[in-house]
Design a protein around this ligand. Structure first.
Ligand code: PEP
Length: 251
């Protein structure tokens, strides 16, 4: 059975000290609670190691928000997948729309990043999603299929190690959430596409998260959809008080 996952994406919002405090708050909030999903926090590079240390002994998994497409060497400013893994982190977000938009990330680059992540034992949380114009022109399915093509270069075995996040770009940080029906339509479309590319077992075992202004108030309805397996959460992941209700939406 595929995993239910609630993952936070802190983006560029936390200093080292704020990150450790947030991780500790979340660890304390989760202590002694029975939760029905995996919990992950993806943090700025600067705090991945300290957060991995801070959440030791809890159920919280830690990830980075990106990794280099390169293995190692003269790539000033880059952080490799092996460096991320060396902190104890287990996840890495790849292909977030902000990386695609502001850093020109495309399939060729993302294929390299996927290979780096997988070669170093990290679980990629691979983001796909359309911009507003693509939704309005009804071309969103072909856009998402085009983004999925990067994942489809992987063997079934490696694909099975990936998590997908559907994040309609028009819903990220805007307060506009896709309706549960709109989200479910795309999640079901992605799952059918995976079944066609690999097979039904691979499709049934793939966790597909929703992201885009997900919060405690709308998470229960989103997570009740048959093909939505959790959330990738931006703004609401920045406080334990707002992140916890999303985790607890998995009854
Ligand atoms: C995100 O950027 O991954 C995200 C889903 O952000 P928000 O929840 O703030 O819309």
């Amino acid at each position: 059975m595929r995993k239910k996952i609630v993952a936070g994406n802190w983006k560029m919002n936390t200093t080292l000290q704020e990150g450790i405090a947030l991780a500790s708050d979340l660890k304390n909030a989760l202590a002694g609670k029975k939760v029905n999903c995996d919990v992950v926090v993806c943090t700025p590079f600067i705090s991945v190691a300290a957060v991995a240390e801070a959440v030791k002994g809890s159920i919280i998994g830690v990830g980075a928000e990106d990794c280099s497409a390169q293995d190692k060497g003269a790539f000033t400013g880059e952080v490799s997948a092996s460096m991320i893994a060396s902190t104890g982190a287990k996840y890495v977000i790849l292909g977030h729309s902000e990386r695609r938009q502001y850093h020109g990330e495309n399939n060729a680059l993302l294929i390299q990043k996927l290979q780096q992540a997988l070669a170093n034992g990290l679980t990629p949380i691979f983001c796909v999603g359309e911009i507003k114009e693509e939704r309005e022109s009804n071309t969103f399915k072909s856009v998402i299929e085009g983004q999925m093509a990067a994942l489809y270069t992987l063997s079934a075995e490696n694909f099975g190690k990936c998590v997908i996040a559907y994040e309609p770009v028009w819903a990220i940080g805007t307060g506009l959430t896709a309706t549960s029906a709109q989200a479910e339509e795309v999640h079901a479309f992605i799952r059918a596409s995976i079944a066609e590319k690999y097979n039904k077992t691979v499709a049934d075992n793939t966790s597909i998260l929703y992201g885009g202004s997900c919060k405690g108030s709308n998470a229960p309805e989103l997570f009740a959809q048959p093909d939505i397996d959790g959330g990738l959460i931006g703004g609401a992941a920045l406080k334990a008080d707002t992140f916890m209700p999303i985790i607890e939406a998995w009854k």
